[in-house]
Each structure stands twice: as C-alpha cells, then as structure tokens.
Design a binder for this molecule. Sequence first.
Ligand SMILES: [Mg+2]
Ligand SMILES: [Zn+2]
Length: 164
Amino acid sequence: MKVAFLDRDGTINLDYPDMDWKNVENPILLDGAITGMKLLNNQGFEIIIVSNQYIIGEGVITFEQFNSFHNQLLEVLAINNIRVLDSFICPHSRTDNCECCKPKTGLILQAIEKYPHIDLSESIMCGDSVSDLKCAKTMGLKFYGIDFGENAIKDLSCLPTLVR
Ligand SMILES: [Mg+2]
Ligand SMILES: [Zn+2]
C-alpha cells in the first residue's frame, strides 16, 4: 500500500498563528487541496494525515475544539469523495519531549504499526514546514514542500503529476 502522508495545517487547510487557533471554528481549505487529494486517491495513494497539535497540550484549544474542527475537515473531504484512511495527531506540548511531535517520527511509526502493509519506498510526504521535511528525511520518505525546499510545490494540486 502506498501512502501520501499529508501534514494538515498549512498543507490541506489554512493555518494561523498558534494563539489565534483559540477562535477558529471552521476549516478553510487551501487552493488545490481537494483537486490534489482526489488525484492522489485516483493514483492509488491512501491518504494519512499527520499533524502536530501541541496547542492542545499547551492549553490553547481543547480536545473538543480539535475534534470539532478535524471532523468538519474530514466531512468536507468525504463530501468531495476523498478517501482519508486515517489521521495521526500529536497532542503533546512541546516540552513533553514525546516521540510523536514532528520532526520526530512517532506519527509515521504509529501508522506503520496500524497498517503494516504500508510500503515506505512508494510512499511520500508533503508539508509546509521544516519539521515535516526532517521527519520525512529520517523515515526515508520522498518529501514535497508547500512553497519551500528542494521539491517545492505551490499547492497540493501540483503533487499528483510529480509522483505518478
Ligand atoms: Mg503545517
Ligand atoms: Zn506527541
């Protein structure tokens, strides 16, 4: 099984400064997200969302706020016939020193443990920050950066033609 590991905030939906998340209720999808994710599915990629949410552990938002936002996002994607296999989230604060906060690789390892058929050599990762890039590099995953890095792309709609 080949997987597109996608960061969430700043990759699929609009991101905000940490403290502003307190008042965010609905996801705003970024340009190209729907198109790109749909094409990735069509090319045989399962989509797994991997997201740092240290704002939960640091008390900016509650788990309920996180769930409400995330479920709305998943609903919008489902309505658009996009298949998201799973989401792996790090809720810990940055001082917890957990193993899952990207750039650490715990979220990917959790995914592999739950889905042992994942073929990392055929899988890819895409995100908008250096921690995504570092996580991908450590796991040996081909990485595409939203607007940064060697394999920079403008938005997710540019990804499918590169990974075909
Ligand atoms: Mg991000
Ligand atoms: Zn964590």
